[in-house]
Design a binder for this molecule. Sequence first.
Ligand SMILES: CC(C)(COP(=O)(O)OP(=O)(O)OC[C@H]1O[C@@H](n2cnc3c(N)ncnc32)[C@H](O)[C@@H]1OP(=O)(O)O)[C@@H](O)C(=O)NCCC(=O)NCCS
Length: 205
Amino acid sequence: VHLLESEPIDARRVLPLDLGEGLVLSATTERDAPDAYAVVDAERDRLREWLPWVDATTSLAVERDFLIGIEQANAAGMGLHATIRQDGEFCGFVGLRIDHMHRSAEVGYWLSGRYVGRGVMLRAVAAVFDAGFTTLGLHRMELLAAVGNARSRAIAERLGMTLEGVRREAEELATGFVDLAMYAVLVQDWPGRAAVVTRSEQTGL
Ligand SMILES: CC(C)(COP(=O)(O)OP(=O)(O)OC[C@H]1O[C@@H](n2cnc3c(N)ncnc32)[C@H](O)[C@@H]1OP(=O)(O)O)[C@@H](O)C(=O)NCCC(=O)NCCS
């Protein structure tokens, strides 16, 4: 069962998702701005390597304005954007940008360096794909990562996504234009991972 194009999904009906062991995805709001900005500001050198917006994020106000747009995208059914917290502590973001016309979505994400290397993002991406394929009735999930971004590409590969091609010089990073590896998975190829993800009403986030 999935909701039709004529019934835009409010991401707040899909979230929060409790992934167990203290890991929770909740609908992103502007109230996340102080936590997010603190990480961006402290980790600029690390994040700048693969994210194009780091240098433009010059203040808490800029971060808040960005998150207001994200909150509106969630409310309008154009996105499924979640804030990742471990035991209540901010880890990063994961989100789907949804193309309802073709029932496809593109995932994006980043993590604080404190939480890299623990499988947090792998579980977070698997959970939003599950929600996308089941509750949102999506057909295709895409993941684009710079060819040199081994950590990000490892997520696509661990999830069994197919490398469909390379978009040449499709992203401008601080170091210049980079090629993007394009991965995708179709609903019929997505193993039923939904069982490991339980919807949590109790968290109230
Ligand atoms: C891309 C990014 C989110 C990847 O984070 P990550 O923590 O490496 O990703 P995962 O959640 O898949 O974790 C995998 C790592 O956790 C380890 N791990 C520990 N427990 C694990 C578990 N239960 N399951 C899976 N992996 C586990 C894996 O061994 C792996 O570490 P390794 O690469 O040193 O072997 C992170 O590097 C990041 O934020 N980068 C900067 C921003 C960015 O590049 N964004 C994406 C742009 S396309």
